[in-house]
Ligand binder design. Structure first.
Ligand SMILES: Cc1cc2nc3c(=O)[nH]c(=O)nc-3n(C[C@H](O)[C@H](O)[C@H](O)COP(=O)(O)O)c2cc1C
Ligand code: SF4
Length: 568
């Protein structure tokens, strides 16, 4: 629980002091260096004091488009401070953080860990006045803290009105073979991005290790810029998510489940805790579930502390174990060697919610008239009339989605977050599906007023900031991409920078340890491919001469990764 303790210390005192580290090291019998490494790794832990009002503006591209930079400038000016530096009396810090998951309702901020949306320049001035008067956060206008979910289109999941516990009862009735058969017949695939068949994951896990010594983890880290559907699901359909986790526990023979909730979603925690309590009281969690002797399962919420890579399932497990969120070498996979080295199912929030619907109502729950089986929640943000959550049948085209959310004068769409695919309007007939445009849920629209190089650079900075630093191609490569991209943005770049980036991309794709490093160079290069004019107008024409032997560098990087893995 060391990470949870550090997080509490940070939130209550705005710093983790040297003496905190000493006390923790003594009482937990842990090396001090390990505790300091945690503070260094997680974005929301600090060993230097922050302001008593510790404010972070979301630095996501969608927040930029809604004016976050201007609002942050207003707040800094009003408080007389510079970003990242607390004022002399320690009153406040104004800083930036990666996406806070309020993309459809930005500019968004976190104040002492609590989210506030729509912080335009006026609201920034009002906040500054409250801070200068030292008004406690509890006395700030209540409506600022109400985060509504803009649910625009409902499908089977968001319309589901099943009785609480009905999926659990049916799971017990049909047994684990029946549950797995239902999930297979429905064709449910993971909604977190990779699309792995859910029935296979559960099936492998239930046969691994020892009965009742397995775990269920709900991945509620949702750090992908442009994704906020898990936030909405946990808020309005939290019961179905918990029901799905419980069904999973019963099916695979697990007695314990965890919801790994990102730090930025602290505002959802109390409501979720309440739901867990209510379900315990009604016998749907805890010992002898629904009166069935010997079936035990309970769930605990564990908070993240600020790290995008912790959404990767093995990094998440490391974090859950109180370590830095560095992705593990795989195989072995979490289904056989997961949390505490025990068989573990890690599924996305949405996957558990669909699983509850399928088990409760049968595989027909996700049927529809189109060619592709299944539904998907989309988080639509950016330039459109109605940003928000849309539950769509898989197989919908890009053009249909754009029409549905009232987008016009569209220049480009980023599907699947920064590491996903950039689509131009000429590709409007492509479909959202596991076989064409696969997305964990992020769908960001850019109209023709947007500078696509700025967009690409926002994503490139994001990856450099979030690289966990474990492997050299990603740690160094993301910094080099930022350097070369910024050079082009500032008008000092040349075609040779693009060629260097293309070579670097090959190296990063082939030699990085996890998906972050493998995709980090993609946004800027795809943008160059599809929108070259955004670059050409800022570049000089200089012939490229390779500075190093790329093939040798790839080989050497592979060796380094293998050596680092072995050393670990
Ligand atoms: C860098 C990185 C970040 C990820 N972030 C998330 C996340 O925030 N939420 C999520 O469900 N999956 C995320 N994933 C995918 C998970 O590793 C994993 O595939 C997923 O949680 C499995 O659940 P599913 O089968 O239900 O999709 C991420 C993967 C990578 C490589
Ligand atoms: S690719 Fe990047 S994020 Fe992934 S393990 Fe390597 S350094 Fe960490």
């Amino acid at each position: 629980m060391v990470l949870q303790i550090l997080r509490k210390l940070q939130l209550s005192r705005n710093v983790v002091t040297d003496s905190d580290v000493e006390v923790l090291a003594e009482s937990l019998n842990m090396p001090r260096t390990k505790i300091r490494a945690l503070i260094d790794f997680y974005s929301f832990l600090h060993d230097a004091p922050r302001g008593r009002y510790d404010i972070y503006f979301s630095d996501s591209i969608t927040d930029h488009m809604l004016g976050s930079r201007e609002s942050a400038r207003v707040l800094c000016d009003e408080l007389g401070l510079e970003p990242g530096v607390p004022n002399a009396d320690g009153l406040a810090t104004v800083d930036f953080t990666s996406c806070t998951g309020l993309c459809e309702r930005g500019p968004a901020v976190l104040v002492n860990g609590i989210a506030i949306d729509r912080v335009d320049a006026d609201r920034a001035r009002e906040m500054a006045a409250l801070i200068k008067a030292m008004v406690p956060l509890e006395e700030w206008p209540l409506e600022w803290f109400v985060i509504n979910d803009a649910i625009r289109r409902k499908g089977p999941l968001l319309e589901m009105t099943v009785r609480r516990g009905s999926a659990i009862e049916r799971a017990i009735e049909i047994g684990s073979d029946g549950v797995i058969a239902d999930l297979e017949a429905a064709g449910l695939r993971g909604c977190g991005g990779a699309g792995f068949p859910t029935h296979r994951k559960w099936d492998i896990c239930r046969s691994a290790g020892n009965p009742n010594d397995r775990y269920v983890i709900c991945n509620a880290d949702e750090g992908e810029p442009g994704t906020f559907k898990d936030r909405a699901l946990l808020n309005c359909e939290g019961c179905n998510v918990i029901e799905g986790m419980t069904v999973c526990g019963i099916t695979i023979g697990a007695q314990k489940g965890y919801i790994y909730l990102r730090h930025e979603y602290e505002f959802l925690r109390e409501r979720l805790e309440k739901r867990l309590r209510r379900r315990r009281q009604s016998g749907l969690l805890g010992r002898n579930i629904a009166g069935h002797h010997g079936i035990h399962f309970d769930i605990e919420i564990i908070m993240g502390a600020g790290s995008y890579v912790c959404g990767e399932e093995s990094a998440l497990i490391e974090s859950l174990e109180g370590k830095r969120g560095i992705p593990r070498i795989r195989p072995p996979f979490p289904v056989t060697h997961g949390y505490r080295n025990r068989p573990t199912v890690v599924n996305n929030v949405e996957t558990f919610a669909y699983a509850a619907g399928i088990v409760s109502q049968g595989p027909g729950f996700v049927a529809h008239d189109g060619n592709e089986p299944g539904w998907k929640l989309l988080s639509i943000s950016g330039d459109c009339a109605s940003p928000g959550i849309y539950e769509i049948p898989l197989g919908m085209t890009i053009n249909e989605v754009l029409e549905m959310c009232g987008a016009s004068d569209v220049q480009a769409i980023q599907v699947g977050g920064p590491g996903g695919e950039l689509i131009s309007t000429g590709e409007g007939s492509r479909v959202l599906s596991f076989d064409d445009l696969n997305t964990g849920g992020s769908f960001i629209i850019f109209d023709r007023s947007r500078d696509m190089l700025d967009v690409a650079m926002n994503f490139t900075h994001f990856f450099a900031h979030e690289s966990c630093g474990f492997c050299t191609p990603c740690r160094v490569g993301t910094k080099l991409m930022v350097h070369m991209g910024d050079k082009i943005s500032d008008g000092h770049g040349a075609r040779l920078d693009i060629e260097q980036m293309q070579r670097l991309n090959r190296l990063m794709t082939q030699a990085s340890h996890c998906g972050l490093g493998q995709r980090a160079a993609v946004p800027i290069l795809t943008t160059y491919e599809k929108f070259p004019e955004a670059f050409n107008r800022r570049m000089e024409d200089i012939e490229y001469k390779p500075a190093f032997d790329v093939e040798a560098a790839i080989e050497r990087s592979r060796q380094i990764v293998a050596e680092e893995a072995q050393a670990k």
